[in-house]
Design a protein. Sequence first.
Length: 66
Amino acid sequence: MDKLSQRELEVSKYLVLGLTNTQIAKIMYISKHTVKCYVSRILKHLNAKNRTEVAYILGKNNIIRM
């Protein structure tokens, strides 16, 4: 598993909360297209198939705690 950047970790936190790309974009003051790029990179870094798997991997490895 590659190391996530600080910004990717921030996006990941919102993914774990179940927010949409549009909701994340509004909270972070970035475009939804930028969020989509971050999500794609997160999926690649974690070798995950979807957002649910990202949440599982991050929780299992104690990367993000809610």
